[in-house]
Design a protein around this ligand. Sequence first.
Ligand SMILES: Cc1ncc(COP(=O)(O)O)c(C=O)c1O
Length: 423
Amino acid sequence: MTVAPPVDLAAGLSKLAQGLIGSEILKVSAEVRALCDAGREVCNLTVGDFSPHEFPIPKALEREIVDALHRGETNYPPSDGVKEMRAAVVSLYKDAFGMAIGIDWTLIAGGARPIIYAAYAAVVDPGDKVIYPIPSWNNNHYTYFTRGVPVELAVGPETNFLPTAEQIRPHVRDARLICICTPLNPTGTVMAREEVEAIARLVVDENARRATTGERPLFLMWDQVYWQLTFGEFRHWTPPQLVPEAAPWTIFVDGISKAFAATGLRVGWVVAPPYIVARMRDILGHVGAWAPRPEQIAVARFLGMRDEVAAYHETMIAGLRERLDLLHDGIEAMRRDGIPVRAIDPQGAIYLSAQFDLIGHAGITTNEQIRKLLLERAGFAVVAFQAFGLKQETGWFRLSAGAVSPDDIRNGLARVRRVLETL
Ligand SMILES: Cc1ncc(COP(=O)(O)O)c(C=O)c1O
């Protein structure tokens, strides 16, 4: 028997818990699942995840996990990560970015999320300013967690949805943390080399000024969980590659979730100076957010198989590009036929930015109405940039390509065209 509580019990929780906003994307996903359960055909472009049928994890990685389990690698891992895994990150960053670091620059955790949380917790005090672009993934929530003060930079298609050094410059004087993600979730766009260099220079110059005043430094969180999924002529750059003096302030966030379609395996890492990493280790140690031991050992071995990694990425990127190109080309074909939609060229990650510019058509005033129209009438499930902090009703959406087949996309686009042609 359940008895209704006499008071609203949730009101007795902490202010932090009461004020927290849950994942907006998971809410949308639940709606999509309900439609699918009711037998509707839905092209599900909502979750930043992969269907294991479309994008399985690398076979060699799977084998290494099973072997590690069979060998009995089932106890606690060290709190900063298994040595082989940390060494694998050192070697990867040397080969990819020319970084010469010791393993005390690394820390392994249960995915990139704990790493981001620990990075914020290690550098942001209540009241500290945190600068990030809008749209971007979850910076608003992590800033809330640490009681930081958000400085949200509105970015749009004119800068490829990425912040520029010039937009950031007026805010750095008393800021604590700049958060950059490239390739960017939700837009799938990649920051150009000149901009990476200019932002790195900005951080170095500001910290040179603070060194003379005794102020606490400005840090740069570089979330590059999609860097291994960068396409065509677009290339991923890191601040210390272009401005080596930026290394003491740069906190890299990385992991296998997106790079190897391995979101359920939970292995992520940070690369940052040891004075930051040591505190992040202690923060996460109390949370117990370690990556499972057998998976750390397996990932370490797999990352060492450079040929297998390259072959896997060749196939994975071809699959992603096929899907993103289909979406892009289908939407652009509608645009050429006079339908008010457009899409940005796929550049990286698993996402496409698309605008369904329907505000003012058929009584539509919000992105939420556009999202519902596409979902309910066309079985085309997308996430509005509002889920990434955007306030303005601009008609821009994230289309995520990891959990759908090319045929799902073709069928979905045909339904969208039919609905929009009759609007
Ligand atoms: C930009 C970005 N960083 C970090 C993460 C978190 O990755 P993980 O699944 O490893 O926690 C995500 C996941 O969507 C992401 O998009």
